[in-house]
Design a protein around this ligand. Structure first.
Ligand SMILES: *Cc1c(COP(=O)(O)O)cnc(C)c1O
Length: 414
């Protein structure tokens, strides 16, 4: 069966919870063992002192290690990406930083795509160097050969330990080739050392893009965005093979940055409507983009659905790895910051806020908000200018969204 058919029931047994049709919130710190022998057996498995016996499940011990709301949520999340294992975190940043800390050590080199989410960018460029980790960066449009050269130019290509990418890039919707990124990781791998590829799939996942199918080793989410989808919870997730996830979950246990039972419960509820929400958001985005594409006060529209053959590599990447054009659109207004601000200040239905992927449509100004910290030269190179507005399209009736954009655009003129 398809994941959307299983989101209401998978992994939950009503008979273990008084017949309740929905999984209750297991708001408990610890779990009572039936016997000392059982407690011993649970710990042996949890700490990896022995493998699970045939049919044995890891018993419930303590909510930093496991909790039913988190376990059921993790099992359901694996279905969309067809991953072996999942770990949920108290934020997207917790998922990302845990992965980077687990797979990197002092002296290592990390290769990233540009731009990545502001928080990830800060952690990678300002915090990882304190631990002796260096960073090499590539941008959209660079060929595989150029990227390999760039890594070699660092003089420490033998120290490359991980490739970390985010695609589509925020806020320009530029695409990075996942398969090619894995080829670069393989190029620098040896029989002693495998270089892993991690992909932040927040913008498209888990419905519209499945990085594991294109060679990624780990896929990361800010579950705050589409997965949560109602702008009422901060959470994150990481998915991958049993082998790698054992390491990720191991570090999570000791950093203690797992999601809370309440966040887990909210996300279980969100997952039931994930497919219908995202389908509607993609349809609405298509209508909004069509409107913006022909509007005289709009200079340029950044939307995956606008890619065509003349865009060459970008169009090919889209056809290879994107199952939808997504729900995110950026555009440049004709004018300057004051015109973009006038547009933002005139919106009535669409809320002026950062974040994305929720049921309500949102608008923001990347250059002075989400991307304010980016190096000015890089900002220019990536076309994140003062004219740009970013939209996250929600589930409202699309004519109402367009009406709101249209009335706010008329305010620019005056
Ligand atoms: C929001 C976001 C994050 C960070 O997630 P939090 O849940 O806010 O910690 C990481 N990556 C991307 C692409 C995001 O949009």
């Amino acid at each position: 069966m398809k994941p959307e058919s299983l989101m209401m029931s998978y992994g939950y047994k009503p008979e273990l919870s008084e017949g309740a049709i929905k999984c209750p919130i297991f708001q408990t710190s610890t779990f009572v063992f039936k016997s000392a022998e059982e407690g011993k057996a649970f710990f042996e498995v949890a700490y990896g002192h022995r493998e699970k016996n045939e049919g044995e499940e890891l018993g419930l011990i303590y909510s930093r290690i496991n909790n039913p709301d988190l376990e059921i949520l993790e099992n359901r999340l694996t279905l969309w990406d067809e991953a072996e294992e999942c770990a949920v975190f108290e934020s997207g940043m917790a998922a990302i930083t845990t992965v980077l800390l687990e797979f990197l050590k002092p002296g290592d080199l990390l290769l990233i795509s540009n731009p990545v989410y502001g928080g990830s960018d800060h952690f990678i460029k300002k915090i990882l160097p304190k631990f002796g980790i260096s960073v090499a960066e590539f941008s959209v449009g660079q060929t595989k050969e150029e990227i390999i050269q760039l890594v070699e130019n660092t003089g420490i290509s033998d120290k490359l330990a991980m490739v970390y990418i985010e695609t589509p890039a925020n806020p320009t919707n530029d695409l990075i080739d996942i398969e090619e990124s894995k080829e670069i990781a393989k190029y620098f791998s040896s029989s002693e050392k495998e270089i892993y590829l991690a992909v932040d799939n927040t913008y498209m996942g888990p419905i519209w893009q499945h990085p594991l199918k294109h060679g990624a080793d780990l896929v990361l989410y800010s579950a705050t965005k589409y997965i949560g989808g109602h702008s009422d919870v901060i959470a994150g997730a990481c998915l991958g093979s049993k082998e790698l996830m054992k390491r990720v979950k191991g570090l999570r246990t000791f950093l203690g940055n797992m999601a809370s039972p309440n966040s887990g419960w909210l996300l279980l509820r969100s997952l039931e409507t994930l497919k219908v929400r995202m389908d509607t958001q993609a349809i609405n985005a298509e209508k909004v983009a069509a409107f913006l594409n022909t509007h005289p006060l709009v200079e340029k529209v950044y939307y995956i659905g606008n890619l065509s053959e003349k865009d060459g590599a970008q169009f090919n990447i889209k056809n290879k790895q994107c199952l939808s054009n997504g729900g995110m659109i950026s555009f440049d207004v004709k004018g300057a910051e004051k015109d973009a601000f006038r547009f933002l200040n005139s919106l009535k239905l669409i809320k002026l806020a950062v974040s994305l992927g929720g049921t309500e449509s949102l608008a923001e100004h990347p250059a002075t908000m989400t991307h304010v910290d980016l190096d000015p030269a890089l900002k220019n190179k990536l076309s994140i200018t003062e004219k740009m507005v970013r939209l996250s399209i929600g589930v409202e009736f699309y004519e109402d969204i367009i009406y709101d954009i249209e009335q706010a655009l008329t305010k620019i003129d005056k």
